[in-house]
Design a protein around this ligand. Structure first.
Ligand SMILES: NC(=O)c1ccc[n+]([C@@H]2O[C@H](COP(=O)([O-])OP(=O)(O)OC[C@H]3O[C@@H](n4cnc5c(N)ncnc54)[C@H](O)[C@@H]3O)[C@@H](O)[C@H]2O)c1
Length: 280
């Protein structure tokens, strides 16, 4: 079985996943329709690897080898592989349209994986004529460091394909867990109150964002909710909140925050725009 890898979308997640794959010896095609995002990804990966060289974590020759394994492309006709993983905009129709377009230029055994944080894999898959070839492969941010991968299966998913994705995760040094297609899967379901309750405290002006983060971090969490939302991207985090809220029947406890909606409208998306809850 051809298990070569192509990643679509070279933003926060696509670039991190490509680096994680290349760092584990896996050649990867990294595609984006926005040339600026491609060159940003290339610079970011090179800087991160250079940092690792400076810290004696990898040698300069390894850095070069890792970079050589990533083929950056703005041409969709080059997106041919055994496994195609999308990390594009969080919109069902965009993901389904990308897969449908790529299916025409790939082989009948190509598997299409989505890195969606919150959309239904079943709904994406049923917008294509090949739902059995679509599966969820959900990485966490930063993908170079976070070990967990959720593999999301639907009624259409074949056992052999779960194993193909599990093997890919394992080749990348990741730990995979399998879960059913459900709103937020496992982690984003469990973690939603972490963000929403912190936002609620800030909305009610019970404490400011810096204080809330300091408190949570002093309690043992690696990152407070506001720093974590800035790392994830407020646009992505807000979209996930809205999508879970809708999918679970709009329970009051999961109501998305007006503060975050405003942040998104102001374009203060977090680290990727240089400003979110904090400045970068
Ligand atoms: N940010 C996170 O912490 C996080 C974590 C896990 C999963 N995700 C999921 O990963 C996906 C990407 O999130 P991100 O944070 O990397 O977003 P991002 O905004 O940083 O990057 C998205 C990239 O996709 C590109 N793109 C958009 N439409 C495209 C298309 N049709 N073809 C090719 N490229 C296209 C954009 O140019 C951009 O470079 C989303 O589905 C998101 O829910 C995000």
């Amino acid at each position: 079985m051809d298990d070569s890898l192509c990643i679509c979308g070279s933003g926060t997640m696509g670039s991190g996943i490509a680096q994680a794959a290349a760092g584990h010896g896996i050649p990867v095609i990294l595609y984006d329709l926005n040339p600026e995002m491609l060159s940003r990804a290339s610079i970011q990966i090179e800087n991160d690897l250079q940092n690792q060289v400076a810290r004696n974590r990898i040698r300069d020759t390894e850095k070069k080898e890792i970079l050589q394994r990533i083929h950056f492309t703005g041409s969709i006709s080059e997106c041919k592989a055994g496994i195609i993983l999308e990390a594009i905009v969080e919109k069902e129709e965009a993901k389904a349209a990308l897969f449908a377009g790529l299916e025409k230029i790939n082989s009948a055994t190509t598997l299409f994986a989505s890195n969606t944080s919150s959309l239904s894999i079943k709904k994406i898959s049923e917008q294509t004529p090949f739902p059995e070839r679509i599966i969820g492969m959900h990485f966490f941010n930063p993908a170079t460091r976070m070990k967990l991968v959720e593999i999301i299966k639907t009624d259409h998913t074949r056992e052999a394909d779960i194993q193909r994705i599990r093997q890919l995760a394992s080749r990348m040094g990741k730990t995979a867990v399998i879960c059913k297609d459900a709103p937020g899967f496992i982690v984003n379901h469990v973690a939603r109150p972490f963000y929403l309750e912190a936002l609620r405290l800030a909305e009610m002006e019970i404490a400011d964002m810096k204080t809330i983060d300091q408190l949570v971090e002093s309690a043992g969490f690696k990152m407070g909710p506001f720093h974590l939302m800035d790392l994830i991207g407020n646009d992505i985090n807000y979209t996930v909140s809205c999508s879970l809220y809708d999918a679970l029947g709009k329970p009051g406890r999961l109501k998305p925050s007006i503060l975050q909606e405003l942040k998104v409208k102001q374009g203060e998306l977090g680290r990727k725009t240089g400003r979110g809850w904090f400045g970068y």
